[in-house]
Design a protein around this ligand. Structure first.
Ligand code: ATP
Ligand code: HSE
Length: 341
């Protein structure tokens, strides 16, 4: 009898307005990976069972989940999956929409290697491995530990010399087996009121994070940086108050570092960010671009379906008639898990 592991990783929304590359919320939408490990040596096989998996590679050397796992195994002197393994992927996180699909895939890959290689990695060490592939910690830290998470990279330059702005590490695509330095990033879980839910309004088009990052300027005005720092400091505790203050949160979710430069990439974004507020939209707490977009994240305490309908209507009346779906999600306190059946 072989072993069977089930790995479950939540979707995440990064930034939450001012916390560009800093903040992440984990959400009740999951990537599930089931690894069926046989007792004999043999190849690894990938099977996608989810709905949003069109075009994803099932070649273990290129698929993001198994490629990450192979990198982590390689760092431990293990060149391939130790036993014949079938990796069944059920993905409910839409790809390239700003809901942390790539971060979840990377986290799943690290947990997969840890399980099949019996590596016994601690959570902090897992984060180091994740950051060799996903260069900003906001999504992966929240996906790994769960809840409302703040994080920073200890060094701005990545340890392998690749600029943090690069979308993906060449360390793993080159088959390198150099382990990451220890403690690349630090993280902290912050309080988030259980009264708050996350409404994700998801346009039916993909926006690659690399493209959305390429739209950002290389330098900023001091006043814009101060604008974000002021809001971010307030946001870190505003979401955790027992009785959330809608206008405090609304103002604390404004941003001048990334959203203004991404407006042209998401039709309707200027109107969405400029039209809704807690006075004209009861129940609304705050609104922002989720991660690199194009999903809109609205935090709210009530009237979830009405808020979603109002935002969807703005997308629908754009000249390009942007089609959307929406989901009302919980902010989940549990991060990625791996269980042995
Ligand atoms: N389950 C998965 N299996 C394999 N590859 C995946 C999986 N999920 C995501 N990816 C890869 O990640 C890409 C999307 O990553 P990208 O960083 O552009 O968007 P995102 O992670 O969904 O959004 P954001 O980082 O803004 O939250 C996909 O096109 C695919 O190559
Ligand atoms: N902080 C990242 C999140 C996307 O992965 C960005 O906005 O580009």
């Amino acid at each position: 009898m072989g072993a069977r592991y089930t790995i479950k990783v939540p979707a995440t929304s990064a930034n939450i307005g001012p916390g560009f590359d800093v903040m992440g919320l984990s959400l009740s939408l999951y990537l599930t990976v089931v690894a069926e490990v046989s007792e004999t040596k043999g190849p690894v096989r990938i099977v996608y069972e989810g709905t949003d998996s069109d075009g994803l590679s099932v070649d273990p050397q290129t698929n993001l989940i198994t490629r990450t796992a192979l990198y982590v195994l390689g760092c431990h002197g293990v060149k391939e999956f130790p036993k014949a393994t079938t990796v069944r992927v059920q993905n409910n996180i839409p790809l390239g929409r700003g809901l942390g699909s790539s971060g979840a895939a990377v986290v799943a890959g690290v947990l997969l290697a840890d399980a099949v290689g019996a590596l016994g990695l601690q959570q902090q060490r897992m984060l180091d491995y994740c950051l060799m592939i996903e260069h900003h910690p906001d999504n992966v830290a929240a996906a790994l530990v769960g809840g409302f998470v703040a994080s920073y990279l200890v060094a701005v330059e990545r340890p392998d010399g690749i600029p943090a702005s690069e979308p993906e590490s060449s360390a793993i695509s080159n088959g390198a087996t150099a382990p990451p330095p220890e403690n690349i990033a630090h993280f902290l879980r912050l309080g988030c009121s259980p009264k708050i839910k996350a409404i994700a309004i998801i346009p039916q088009f993909e926006l690659a994070t690399s493209k959305a990052r390429a739209a950002l300027p290389g330098s900023y005005k001091t006043a814009d940086v101060v604008f974000n720092l002021q809001r971010l400091a307030v946001l870190t505790t505003a979401l955790g108050r027992e009785v959330p203050d809608p206008w405090l949160i609304f103002r604390a979710m404004e941003d001048k570092v990334h959203q203004p430069y991404r407006m042209h990439l998401v039709p309707g974004l200027p109107e969405i960010l400029g039209s809704f507020n807690p006075d004209n939209t009861p129940g609304l707490l705050g609104i922002c671009l989720s991660g690199a977009g194009p999903t809109i994240l609205a935090l709210a305490m009530d009237n979830f379906d009405q808020i979603a309908a109002s935002i969807r209507a703005v997308f629908a009346r754009q000249p390009t008639r942007v089609e959307t779906k929406y989901q009302v999600l919980d902010i989940v306190s549990e991060g990625a898990t791996c269980t042995k059946d």
